[in-house]
Design a protein around this ligand. Structure first.
Ligand SMILES: *Cc1c(COP(=O)(O)O)cnc(C)c1O
Length: 391
C-alpha cells in the first residue's frame, strides 16, 4: 500500500511524508541506512546488461534515493544529486556545464569558497570568470557574451544579503543561451522554489537547515529536465557520493525543517527589528525588514525568511567588534549555520570587487538559533555594551 499524499498537501505534510514509501521496506517508517559498495546480480545476463535498479554503491542506494526523491518533491526538479558537502554541490554543477573557453558570470556577493574555487580552479581550466553586481537584474544582459555558458546566482548574497532579481536574470541569460544556477541555501526550497522562477539548477548546503544540528556535512543540486542528464553523468564520472549515515541524518532533519524554520524566521525577525533600535547598531541587513533596500524584491519572490542576517556596528572599529563578540555567551563564535544554536561571525569583504558596501562599521553575521528570544537579546545587549566601552 503506497502512501497517499494529496497534491495540494501543505508543506509540513509533504516534509513528513516525502521521499521513501514505508511499505517498500516492511512498513518501517524510515528507510534503511544502506552501507554499500558491491551490489550483487542474480545471473550472468543481468551482470552483463546491468539491467537492475541498483548496480554499485556510488550510483545510489535506497537511502540516497529517499533523500533525492524528497528534495525533488520539494523543488519540482527532474533529479537531485547528493554530494559530501555544500561546496561540492556548487562545484559539481559548474564542472558539469563549463569547458575551456566558456565565460562564467559569478555574482560578486557569492559564498566565499565558491569564489575561491572559481578563481583557483575554473580559471586554471580555461574558464573566463567574471564577477557581476548582485543588483544587476535585467542589466546582466549587457555582460553576456556569445560564450557565456552559466550565470551563477546566490540570493540573498552571502553575508550582505542583497536580493537578486532572479526572473530578470533568468530571462536575460536564457535569451543569451546561458543556463542559470542558484545557491539557494538561505531560503531553502520552502521559502524560494528556484525552478519555478526559471532557474535551471538549484543548490543547497544541506549542512545548514536540512541537517539542522551542526553535525552533518552534505550538499544537494537539483536540475530541471533539460539539465538533469548532464549533472547526473558528471557526478557519476567524478565518483562523488556521500556517506549513508549523513544522507539519512539529512532526511531525518527534513522532517522537522518546516517547524524549525518557522521558529528561526520568527526569532530572527524579532531580533533584527529590535536591533535596528539599539544604540551602537548602524544598520541591520535582513531582506524581510522594510528598511532593506531590496525588501520589495524579496517580498515579491520569497515566501519567508530564515535565521541568518548581518548587523553593521555603528562607528565601531576592529577592537570594538572583537569586544562585541567576546562578550557573547550564548552565541557561539563560528562559521556555518542552520543548526539549532545561535552563532556570530565577523564578515570580511576584502575579496570582493563590487558588493563592498560602503558600510558604517564592522559587519557581524548572526545566525539566530532556537533558543529563547529574550535570552538572545540579553546576550546581544552585553555585546553592544562591551563594544561601546571600547569605543
Ligand atoms: C555553507 C554554505 C555552503 C557550503 O556548505 P558546506 O557543506 O559547508 O560545504 C555553500 N553555500 C552557502 C550559501 C553556504 O552557506
Amino acid at each position: 500500500m503506497a502512501k497517499r499524499i494529496p497534491d495540494g498537501a501543505g508543506i509540513n505534510t509533504r516534509l513528513a511524508h516525502g521521499g521513501n514509501d514505508p511499505h517498500d521496506y516492511h512498513g518501517f517508517v524510515n528507510p534503511p541506512v544502506v552501507h554499500a559498495s558491491t551490489v550483487l546480480f542474480p545471473d550472468a545476463a543481468t551482470l552483463a546488461s546491468r539491467a537492475q535498479k541498483y548496480t554499485y554503491g556510488t550510483h545510489g542506494t535506497p537511502t540516497t534515493d529517499a533523500l533525492a526523491q524528497a528534495i525533488d518533491e520539494l523543488e519540482g526538479s527532474a533529479g537531485t544529486i547528493i554530494v559530501p558537502s555544500g561546496l561540492m554541490a556548487v562545484v559539481v554543477p559548474l564542472l558539469a556545464f563549463l569547458s575551456a573557453g566558456d565565460h562564467l558570470l559569478l555574482v560578486d556577493s557569492v559564498y566565499f569558497p565558491t569564489r575561491k574555487f572559481a578563481d583557483a580552479m575554473l580559471k586554471r581550466m580555461g574558464v573566463d570568470v567574471e564577477y557581476y553586481d548582485p543588483r544587476a537584474g535585467a542589466g546582466i544582459a549587457s555582460l553576456l557574451k556569445p560564450n557565456t555558458r552559466v550565470v551563477f546566482t546566490e540570493s540573498p548574497g552571502s553575508n550582505t544579503f542583497e536580493v537578486q532579481d532572479i526572473p530578470a536574470i533568468v530571462a536575460a541569460a536564457h535569451a543569451g543561451g546561458a543556463i542559470v544556477m542558484m545557491d539557494n541555501t538561505w531560503a531553502t526550497p520552502l521559502y524560494f522554489r528556484a525552478l519555478d522562477f526559471g532557474v535551471d539548477i538549484t543548490i543547497h548546503a544541506a549542512t545548514k537547515y536540512p541537517a539542522g544540528h551542526a553535525d552533518v556535512l552534505l550538499g544537494t543540486a537539483s536540475a530541471n529536465a533539460a539539465c538533469w542528464e548532464q549533472l547526473r553523468a558528471t557526478v557519476n564520472a567524478l565518483g562523488c557520493c556521500a556517506g549513508p549515515d549523513d544522507v539519512y541524518q539529512v532526511l531525518r532533519g527534513l522532517r522537522t525543517m518546516g517547524v524549525r524554520l518557522e521558529r528561526h524566521q520568527e526569532s530572527a525577525l524579532a531580533i533584527a527589528r529590535w536591533l535596528e533600535r539599539q544604540d551602537g547598531v548602524a544598520r541591520v541587513l535582513h531582506p524581510a525588514l522594510e528598511s532593506h533596500p531590496d525588501h520589495a524584491l524579496w517580498k515579491r519572490d520569497f515566501s519567508g525568511s530564515s535565521g541568518l542576517f548581518s548587523v553593521v556596528l555603528a562607528g565601531a572599529g576592529h577592537k570594538a567588534s572583537h569586544a562585541f563578540l567576546d562578550a557573547l555567551g550564548i552565541f557561539g563564535l563560528g562559521h556555518s549555520w542552520g543548526g539549532y544554536e545561535s552563532l556570530a561571525a565577523l564578515v570580511s569583504l576584502n575579496d570582493r570587487t563590487i558588493a563592498k558596501g560602503p558600510f558604517e562599521g564592522p559587519l557581524v553575521r548572526l545566525q539566530i538559533g532556537l533558543e529563547n528570544v529574550e535570552d538572545l537579546k540579553g546576550d546581544l545587549l552585553r555585546g553592544l555594551e562591551a563594544a561601546r566601552r571600547v569605543g
